[in-house]
Each structure stands twice: as C-alpha cells, then as structure tokens.
Write a protein that binds this ligand. Structure first.
Ligand code: EPU
Length: 296
C-alpha cells in the first residue's frame, strides 16, 4: 500500500478541485492503486464519496461529513493495442504517454481535464469523440457487495456525458483500445486540440469545464450567451465572457456563489427559451436552499 493511503481527519478539499472552493472532508485518504482502494474501502470510517481530479465538481462550503476517497495518480500499462490505466491517471497524461509510445486514438483526451475514473463515469468527451468509443471495459468495485466486476461500455450504458455507474461503485481501472500510428501526426493533433481549447475556453482561470450538458440539437453555451448572461456575477462566481457555458471563480469565491449562479443561469435560460438545462457539474455535500433552483 502507498504511504498516503491512510484515513486522516478534517482535511481541506479546496486544493483538490479545479474551482479551489469548498470545505473540508471529515475523513480523507488518497488512493493511487487498486491495492490502496481495496484497503481504504475496508477501513473507511464513514460513508465514502469518491473524488477524482476534481475537475467537474463543486464541494460545498460546509464540506463533506463522511469519508472522501481521493483516487489520484496510478499506472498505465500498454500491451499491443491495449492500454490499461488506473482510475486516478489524468486523461492528458494518458493522451501524451500513448502518443509517445506510438499509439493513436486517445489524443482527444488531452483536452479533458479529468481522470480515467471520471471519464468512465461521465463518458467524457471532446472534439466529437467520447470515452466509450475507445473503451474496451472498466473494472468497478461495488461498495455494497465488496465485489469487483468487469463492465463493457454497453453494460455501463454510456450515453452523452452519462453512464449507469452509481455513487456506490468505484472505478478501479479502464482498458482502452488504440491503433499504431506515427508520433509526429499524433503530436500535431495534441497541439491542435490544446490550441483550440486556449482559443475558445477560459483556460488559466478557476473553472470546471462545461457547467451544463448541451440540450438535444442545441448548445448550452449558445443559449446562455443569447440570453445575455455573459458576465453575470454572484459573489466571486461569474459567467465567463469567453465561453458562456463556463462559470469562472475568483480567488475569493465561495462554493455557494457557484451554486447560486448555476441555478440563476438555468432559471433565466428556462424563462427565455423554455429549455431546462441539466448541470454537467456535480455538487458534493450540502448546499443552501436556492429559490432559483426551486423555481424551475
Ligand atoms: N457558443 C456561443 N457562445 C458562447 C459559447 C459557445 O454562441 O459563449 C456557441 C459556439 O459558437 C458553437 C456552440 O455554441 O456554435 C458550441 O460551442 P463549443 O464549440 O465551444 O462547444 P460546446 O458544445 O460548448 C463541448 C463540450 C466541451 C468540449 C467542447 C469541444 C459539452 C457540454 N461541452 O462544448 O466539453 O471541450 O465541446 O469538444 O458537451 C466539458 O464537458 O466540460 C467540456 C469542456
């Protein structure tokens, strides 16, 4: 077991998410391997919430009263076309390492800030590509039965930014298929995706990617933009002027600011277009009641 894989009390989660907001975990431990996950689940002092790279979550200011299992880091093993990555491996690292080893197909992941586990749960995607297209299968630990099972993309019911993985399941690792390819062309693709993101998304700021899923046949960013909400601000949270489906947080922002702005945006878009946007962001912990949320 790795050294960090012990339960600690009252640990701030703020540095562990891309928003850098939120409170503490009553109990916290970091797992970097399958072995760590198994041992920490067995010794968990309270109900477990799984945190990956924290690139798609808002942690409540009041924190999380239970046990936060932080699945971060791990190994990548390549054999022929098959690539097995631990759940905590960052997707950008997976993209770069497979390219460096002459394998193609995972380049799109360089544009996604999450980790392998989150990509399976959310069927993360970028540039018209989705995780399920490259996924052979994932291993899931079921917290209720303490069993590990292999699941194919079909069994995971992976849809647009969704799957059937529940909060009582932990992704342990995932296997992807790749194809052989020249590193030069793949590296150029990595550069193209990275440059596109810099141009069209508010990189460098505190954000968690797209706030809402795109509604069928439309784009959340477009709807929020034409509703005139770019620059709308609550406390330290603001609808990005660069891309309307991003909410950026100032250094002094609170989780509650992001929370209230999400529901204010949803309400205003629903009033303008009759479209009820569904958050892609996930909220962990207990938030204050919010009138805009109840109104839709
Ligand atoms: N648009 C506007 N105003 C804006 C932003 C966008 O009019 O302020 C319009 C754009 O002009 C474009 C359309 O909305 O016509 C779609 O925008 P964009 O191409 O930026 O893509 P998106 O649908 O907003 C999706 C993913 C991103 C992913 C990009 C690139 C979702 C919810 N988002 O964004 O994923 O990086 O495509 O592939 O599906 C994420 O999931 O966190 C994420 C960042």
């Amino acid at each position: 077991m790795s050294r960090g894989a012990v339960w600690r009390e009252d640990v701030s989660l703020r540095p562990l998410t891309t928003y850098k907001v939120g409170g503490t975990a009553r109990y916290y431990a970091r797992a970097t391997s399958t072995e760590d996950i198994g041992a920490l689940v067995t010794s968990a002092p309270a109900a477990i919430t799984v945190l990956g790279r924290g690139s798609n979550v808002v942690i409540a200011d009041r924190g999380i009263p239970g046990a936060v299992l932080h699945v971060a880091g791990g190994d990548i093993a390549m054999s022929g076309a098959s690539v097995v990555a631990d759940a905590g491996v960052p997707l950008s690292r997976l993209a770069r390492e497979t390219v460096n080893e002459g394998r193609r197909g995972l380049e799109f992941m360089v544009g996604i800030p999450g980790s392998v586990g989150g990509a399976v749960v959310m069927n993360a995607g970028c540039h018209g590509r989705e995780t399920r297209e490259r996924l052979v299968g994932a291993r899931l630990l079921d917290l209720d039965t303490a069993t590990v099972a292999d699941r194919s993309p079909e069994e995971l019911a992976m849809g647009y930014r969704s799957s059937n993985v529940t909060e009582r399941q932990i992704v342990i690792d995932a296997t992807f298929h790749t194809r052989p390819g020249k590193a030069d062309a793949a590296t150029a693709e990595l550069r193209r995706i990275t440059a596109w993101r810099r141009r069209s998304q508010p990189g460098g700021s505190l954000n968690a990617g797209s706030v809402f899923k795109n509604p069928p046949e439309d784009s959340a960013g477009r709807l929020i933009d034409v509703t005139g909400l770019k620059g709308l601000r609550i406390g330290g949270a603001e609808v990005s002027a660069k891309h309307a489906n991003f909410i950026v947080a100032a250094d002094e922002a609170r989780a509650d600011d992001v929370w209230r702005l999400v529901w204010a945006v949803r309400r205003r878009v629903a009033e303008a277009f009759g479209v009820v946007l569904e958050p892609e962001l996930r909220f962990f912990g207990e938030f204050e009641p919010c009138a805009d949320r109840e109104a839709v």
